[in-house]
Structure formats: C-alpha cells, structure tokens
Design a protein around this ligand. Structure first.
Ligand code: KG4
Ligand code: ZN
Length: 362
C-alpha cells in the first residue's frame, strides 16, 4: 500500500546472454542488492557461449539468485514498486527465462511489469551513478553491439554509426581465441597486451579517416590471423602479447576515430555548441577496458566533451542497469502488459536501417 508514492524500488532481472543476474535498485540510486552469476565455466570448454547451455543455466539458478537478492536487501516482493526484466535483444531462450520469471513475480505480487531493452540498460547505466542529463553521445561497445548513438531520453535514440560486421567485444573474443588466450577474450587480451610491443606487428586501423561513424572489425581479425600464420609456428608468449597489444591499439584507434566523427554529428544534430561540454558516455562490456577508457579520455579532452564511464562492474552485464532502466521507464508512466514478447533483435533506434553485415543484432 502506498508503494507508488515513495521513491521507486525495482527488482531487475537479466538473462540475455551468459550472466544470470538479479538486483534491487531504488530511485535515489541506491543499490540494495546486485548479484551476478557468471556462466563462464559452463561455456569455457566450447570457447564461446552455447545458447542451450545458457538457457538451462538460467533456469537452474535464477529463482535462487532472486531469493538471495531479496534476502540481502531485506525485502519482500510486496515492498517493491515494480519488476523489470530484460525482454531482448539476446539469446532468445535465456531472455524468455528471465522474462517469464519477472512476469510471474509481478503477477503474483500485483506489481507493474517492465520489459527492458538490454541495450537501454547499458545506455542509461551511467545515470545510475551520476545525474548525467540528456542529450549525451553514447559509445555502446559490447559482445553483440558496437554503436554510436545520440541519447535524448529513455526510448529516444538516434543511431549515428554501427558496425557493419563484428561487434567490438566479438573482435576481442575471436582474437583471444586465435591467440589461445582463453575465454572471455576481452579481459584476456587486455592482460596479455600489457606485456606486449604494439609496434612489432603491423595491423590495419579499420575505417579510420572514412566519412560517417560506422565500424568494421572483420578485416582486423583477418589481419591478426594472417600475422599468426606468417609466423610459421604457434605464437610464443611474447608474440601473443605483441599481437594482443597491436590488436588492442588498432581497435582503440578505430573507436577513437569513429567516436570523433560522431562528436561532430552529435553537435550538429543536438545544437549543443562549443564551449558547452556535452557528455561522452561509454558503456557495455568493452568499456571495462582500461586502454580504451584512457584513449577516450584523451579524445574527449581534445574535443570538448566530458567522458563519463560507469565503473567496470556496471559496464559488463548486470541486473542493476536493468532495474535502473525500469525506474527510468516507470517515471515516464510506462509499464508493459504481461503478454509482452521476448525479442532476439531490438534496435534502440528503429528508424536506422539494419546494418549490412551478418551476425549483428542491431
Ligand atoms: O556487455 P557485455 O557484458 O555483454 C553483452 O551484452 O555483449 O559485453 C561482453 C563483451 C565480451 O565480448 C567481452 O570480451 C568484452 O565485453 N569485454 C572486454 C573487457 N571486459 C569484457 N573487452 C575488452 N576489454 C575488457 N577488459
Ligand atoms: Zn550487455
């Protein structure tokens, strides 16, 4: 009773990929619980995420994880204002597990339900840690996506650029696999690169200098493979480190160049003129990369933007960002019917044409 007049208190559920996650967040940005159960060990033998294994693992662990989150927060379902669950995009089996669970709790506790776009979770996560106002420029770099967007508010996105083939995280994961650095690839490549000489192997910096703000990483991946083949032997630890460093540098150069392009487009589109310093927000798993964050920091400084990056824990998949996106939606008076469908594909900017490359979700 009276729940709805108080600051919203929302249970968030995330199951779109290989993390089972539950969190409770309130409208004053307090995180009451934030649990993430990684399935990395389940998928490691396969060198990548296996959708069927992921869906099964979500089924096995989600109920208990939610119970633990509620206990940690010292709350009952009836104390909540709403339930928010990722409704897509992602691996459809996993999405359905979280979505059904969220709906069931909402129905049983008679709470509003919100189906959250996972990408919107990443896009708004920065507002959970500071009151960044709209509009801002967003570089969203994850395992399935690589996009530049103008964020004007919840549900209001304009895509400025996207990858035409691989996502940035996918490029990290594939490179790690080729180098035998293990799974997941991003953190492994970053670690190896610290001991590497980035100048030893020449790699292309894809799309740099081209008009527009699109990305392409499949050529870079192929170039890494060619350098490994040219060695004529399995790479030594030092060669792995050097290749990892060269790859990370090339990918970073592409991100910086494309983001620089998007900065001009952003100012044009929003009318935010210099000397006003709009936020450049970086989000998604790849935003956990220290090298990339530092390079974006320099770019932002040079170009009159303020870099805002959520802490690494909020960059990789989590349910706090889903709960928060739910709160943002709830504040706009939004909730979803209990027959809301799960979506494998769900672009933030539905007006943007689909990318031409295969394998991208938006
Ligand atoms: O956002 P996320 O957790 O899941 C998706 O929604 O895709 O992103 C996962 C991706 C993986 O490809 C992973 O290798 C990459 O983010 N990643 C990193 C780092 N940590 C995670 N990439 C580069 N450097 C990192 N430190
Ligand atoms: Zn994600």
């Amino acid at each position: 009773m009276g729940n709805r007049e108080r600051a919203p208190l929302v249970l968030g559920i995330e199951t779109s990929c290989d993390e089972t996650a539950a969190a409770i967040v309130d409208g004053d940005r307090r995180i009451h619980a934030d649990l993430v159960l990684s399935q990395i060990e389940d998928h490691r033998p396969y060198g990548g995420v296996v959708p069927e294994i992921a869906a099964r693992a979500h089924i096995d662990h989600l109920d208990d994880l939610i119970r633990r989150a509620m206990a940690e927060a010292g709350l009952e379902f009836r104390d909540l204002t709403a339930v928010a669950a990722t409704a897509g995009p992602g691996l459809i089996g996993g999405v359905m597990v979280g979505l059904m669970t969220g709906k069931a709790i909402a129905a049983a506790a008679r709470l509003p339900f919100i189906g959250v776009n996972h990408l919107e979770g990443h896009a708004l996560s920065v507002r959970l840690i500071s009151d960044v106002s709209f509009p801002y420029l967003l570089l969203l770099v994850s395992g399935g996506h690589c996009q530049l967007l103008t964020v004007e508010g919840p549900g209001r996105y304009r895509r400025l650029g996207t990858t035409i083939d691989d996502a940035a995280g996918e490029a990290f994961d594939k490179t790690a696999k080729m180098l035998g650095l293990g799974f997941p690839g991003g953190p492994a490549v970053e670690r190896a690169a610290r001991a590497g000489d980035p100048t030893r192997f020449p790699l292309p910096t894809p799309m740099v200098g081209r008009p527009g703000a699109d990305f392409s990483f499949s050529g870079l991946k192929t170039a890494v493979r060619r350098e490994i083949e040219k060695l004529g032997h399995p790479p030594t630890a030092q060669e792995k480190a050097d290749l990892a460093a060269a790859f990370q540098n090339a990918l970073t150069a592409a991100l910086v160049d494309r983001t620089g392009q998007a900065m001009g487009m952003f100012r044009e589109l929003t009318g935010v003129r210099e000397p006003e310093m709009p936020p450049l927000v970086v989000a998604g798993g790849v935003a956990a990369n220290g090298h990339i964050r530092a390079a974006l920091e320099d770019l932002a400084r040079d170009r009159g933007f303020r870099l805002m990056a959520p802490p690494p824990r909020l960059c990789t998949d989590n349910a706090a960002m889903i709960a928060w996106a739910g709160i943002e939606r709830l504040r706009l008076g939004h909730s979803d019917p209990l027959d809301l469908a799960a979506r494998a594909r769900w672009p933030l900017d539905p007006a943007a044409p689909p990318a031409i490359g295969a394998g991208v979700k938006a």
